[in-house]
Every structure is written in C-alpha cells, then in structure tokens.
Design a binder for this molecule. Structure first.
Ligand code: BES
Ligand code: MN
Ligand code: ZN
Length: 499
C-alpha cells in the first residue's frame, strides 16, 4: 500500500471515504458537492431513512459510475466521544473496508479524523501508521487464492495546502513505524520450526543490513566463554543452539553517547520445558520471541528515522524444550552476574535468559534500559488483553512510558514494583528463585526477579507484553501477533532527551 498526500478539493480515488459523526448531515461533508447527482440522492435518501446514522464503526458502501467507484460512509459516533484511540481504529477500518470491497485505491480527508489537541503531523502519522497496521496479513503459509490476495494499492490522504509539509513528515514517520511494527509481526508469526534462535539472529542481521545498524551474533561457544549460564540452561533441552545478538545503532557524532539499551526476550518456542505447558496453553508459544521481534523492529525504525542518539538492542534467544538433557527444577544455573538461579519451574524461562542479557547490558553504561518480554500469563490476568504491563522501580520512567503508550497506541499500564516483593523470589539453596513462593501477583514477582539483575541501572523498566502479544477482535488487525512494543520503544527513543 502506498500512502500519499493530495491537496485537491475533489477526491480522484475510486474509493471515497466520507467519515461522518453521528447525525451529521452528509451534505455538510466537504466532498459531498463533488459527487455525481445520483450518488448524492442515494446518500440523502439513506440518511433520511436512518439507514446510516453515523454510529461508531457503521459502514455503508455505495457503488456508482462506470468503471465503478464507491463512496464509503463511515460512522464516527458522537463528536464528544471522539479521541485518539478511535481515530486509530477508524484509520484501520478504512483499509479493512476497502479490501473487503475490492477497492484498490481510497481517499480520506485528514481533517475528518481530527481530535482535540492533535497537530497535523501527529494526526498524519497516526493515520499512516494505523493504515499500515491494518493492511498487514500473514499469508506466507497459504496457497494464493485465484485472483490473488485482496490488495489496497493506494491510500490518499487529503490535506489543506498549509498542512501539506507537516502531514508529509507525519506520513513518512508513520509509514516507517507502521511497517517496522508489521515486520515484528512477521517474525513473531513465523512458526517455531522456521524461527529458531539462529534464524532469529539471522533476521536481525538482515534488518541491520537494510536499515543501517551493526549486528553481532554470539553463537553457543561464545555464549559459553562469556559465562551466560542462564541462557545455556534454558536452551539445554533443545537441538537448536542458543544465540545472543547485539545490535548497535549510533547517529553520526553519537557513537560515544551513553546508549539506550533495549533487551528482548527471544524464546523461539516455549513448551514449558519439563514443567510442560498443558494442552492449548502451548499453541501460541512460537510468539514467545515477541519481545525480541519488537526490539529488532524498533532498531530498524530508529535507524531509518536516523534519530540523533545511540541505541543498543540485545536479544538472548533460546528454545525451551523438554528432553533427556533439558534443565530441571532444582538445577542451579550460574549466570553472567555470578548469582545463581535456582530453577523452581522450567516454564519461568524468560526471566532466566533475560538475567544474562541485563548483566551483559552493564558494559554499555546505559542511560536507560528497557526490556520487553512475553513474560507472564499473570500480566494477562491482571490487565486483560488491552494493555501490556509496565514495571519499574523508577516512578518517572514508568509514568513516561505510560504516557507514550497512550500516545503511540501501543497501550501499557503500570503495576507496582516495591522492594517488599523481593522477599518472594529468594532462593532456598541458590541466590534467586525463578518462580515465586507466592501464588499471586506473578507479573510483579517476575519483574522483581529481573530487578535482581538490573540493580546497576539508574533507569530500568520492564514491559511485560504477554497481554498484548496477539491482536484481539474489534481492532481491525489480522489475527496473530500484534507486534507489541515496537511503537512504544520507538516513541521512547523519539522522545528521549539525553539532557
Ligand atoms: N511465555 C510464558 C508467558 C506467556 C503466557 C506469554 C501466555 C504469552 C501468553 C512464560 O514463559 C511463562 O510460561 N510464564 C509462566 C511463569 C510461571 C511458571 C512462574 C506463567 O505465566 O505461567
Ligand atoms: Mn514459559
Ligand atoms: Zn516464555
């Protein structure tokens, strides 16, 4: 899908979107007069008969002319309820409806979706980004149907001439972030058989070449030499060796900056290990590298946007399998930090590999460390599937992430992380236990565990993206991975101010 801008007062596309608030008269829409008389009549009759009232999400598609064109009446609901999140959904719905109706090119007025306190650039970014998200589908493993997959070729955003420059910036940024987000979905949607730790590392290398950041991959022998006993322990039961991938981006003149470090959980398949996951709980566990995918994709967007800073991305990658030589409950793993992890539960593997990655991050003397992980089912219990969890001992960082989550649409909400919780993850014979003695608050005790390996950082936050790992009904997004974390990490980098 190609996104472009137009300042024309008449839409030339074959699909014309009239986005209308509830009970707004269609005649008042600036594009109404440009329509042929026949369609105008149909629309007026429709609206008079209350066939279309502009309720949120309501859609009517009216064909006209030859070759056929279509008017799409899109309901926005009550003006007083209109907000950023709804504008995101509407942008996506335009794409979904266009594809459903085989409309190959579509036009929308940017002003139709305007909400309070939004500037032109960020509104254009929002529309472009969400149009990209909605255009995504994962069909690599399917036979191409007769006539091919539905395809929206062109999305034209109409703006006022005075808004053109700002909108162009927004479209560029939104396209980069939206397509990066989709790249993360591709990685996460790929089955475990085709996304082993080595293949995940290769994907990072490929992205680095395309986007312009350096990538170094440590293989098993290097990981052994380094002493990453956590990563080695988790991967022990799998025939696929672990990898540890280091990505580095620095804008010219920023090579010596204290970097932002992003760490992504790269469990390419999580069977639970010897504490095997029950029946359907294992189904989506090829997406347990979604944190890694988010970090790789964020690196790509940051590099393409040429943000004026330095960013390191770290990916510990392993497959968590059960086998004769798999790691066992009761095992003591010696981590890179020197601390031992007492394995209580082999299904709490994410935190074990992240422990080594967090210690590895220390050598960069980072300004900020953010790890992203599909860490706990408990985060889903706490928040449902509409927000990831933010956990940080740093209140200001937590709040900043919360605000940026709202702005970027990559929703996340804070949970507490106090020293008191550290009590719950003390080991009996080892230094730290990988699962809590307490049955409750699993998202928090997971973070408390990670915190043991993040004590040297002034600013560290953990994003538990298990809740938002997959898309849900009503989001106008394809089934499968949501690419959670990408927009939030990029928003953080874009807003980061070294001072
Ligand atoms: N990858 C899972 C968490 C998960 C569950 C992500 C569902 C996405 C959807 C993680 O490795 C895990 O198994 N966590 C355990 C931790 C427990 C054993 C302490 C969990 O949440 O049950
Ligand atoms: Mn697990
Ligand atoms: Zn896992």
């Amino acid at each position: 899908m190609h996104l472009s801008l137009s300042t024309s007062l008449r839409p030339a596309a074959r699909g014309i979107v009239l986005a209308l608030f509830q009970d707004a008269a269609p005649v008042k829409h600036p594009w109404f007069t440009a329509l042929p008389a026949g369609v105008k009549q149909t629309i007026l009759a429709f609206s008079k008969a209350k066939e279309f009232t502009g309720k949120i999400g309501e859609v009517h598609v009216i064909p006209f002319g030859s070759p056929v064109r279509r008017v799409v009446l899109l309901g926005l609901g009550e003006p007083k309820d209109w907000n950023r999140r709804k504008a995101m959904l509407a942008s996506r719905q335009v794409v979904v409806v266009a594809k459903q109706h085989k409309i190959t090119d579509v036009a929308l007025r940017l002003d139709d979706l305007k909400f309070t306190n939004v500037d032109t650039e960020s509104l254009a970014q929002l529309v472009a980004e969400n149009a990209q998200l909605a255009d995504y589908s994962f069909v690599r493993y399917r036979k191409v149907p007769k006539g091919g997959w539905p395809k929206l070729t062109s999305f034209v955003i109409h703006v006022r001439p005075s808004d053109r420059a700002a909108a162009a910036k927004g479209v560029r940024v939104g396209t980069i972030i939206g397509t990066a987000n989709n790249a993360a979905r591709d990685l996460a949607n790929t089955p475990g058989s085709d996304m082993t730790p080595t293949l995940l590392a290769n994907a990072a290398v490929a992205e680095g070449k395309k986007a312009g950041f350096t990538v170094t991959v440590m293989k098993k022998d290097a990981i052994e030499r380094e002493g990453m006993g956590g990563l080695l322990g988790v991967s022990q039961g799998s025939p696929h060796p672990p990898t540890f991938t280091i990505m580095e981006y620095a804008a010219p003149g920023h090579a010596k900056d204290k970097p932002l470090v992003f760490v992504g959980k790269g469990v390419t398949f999580d069977s639970g290990g010897l504490n095997v996951k029950p029946d359907t709980a294992m189904y989506e566990m090829h997406m347990d590298m979604s944190g890694a995918a988010a970090v790789i994709a964020a690196m790509r967007a940051i590099a393409l946007l040429q943000l004026p800073l330095r960013v390191i991305g770290l990916i510990p990658a392993a497959e968590n399998m059960s086998a004769g030589d798999a790691y066992r409950p009761g095992d003591q793993l010696r981590t890179l930090s020197g601390k031992t992890i007492e394995v209580m539960h082999t299904d709490a593997e994410g935190r074990v590999i992240l422990a080594d990655a967090l210690t590895y991050a220390e050598r960069y003397k980072p300004a900020v460390v953010i790890d992203v992980a599909t860490l706990t089912g408990a985060a889903m219990v706490a928040l449902g599937q509409r927000a990831a969890a933010i956990l940080s001992p740093n209140e200001a960082l937590s709040q900043q992430l919360h605000t940026l989550a709202e702005e970027s649409g990559d929703l996340a909400w804070p949970l507490p992380l106090w020293e008191e919780y550290e009590e719950d993850i003390k080991g009996t014979f080892g230094d730290v236990a990988n699962s809590s003695k307490v049955r409750y608050g699993g998202a928090i005790t997971g973070a408390a565990f990670l915190w043991q390996f993040a004590k040297k950082f002034k600013r560290w936050a953990h994003l538990d993206i298990a809740p938002t790992m997959t898309t849900i009904e009503g989001q106008y997004l394809a089934k499968g991975s949501a690419g959670a974390g990408v927009r939030l990490l990029v928003a953080f980098a874009r807003n980061y101010d070294a001072a």
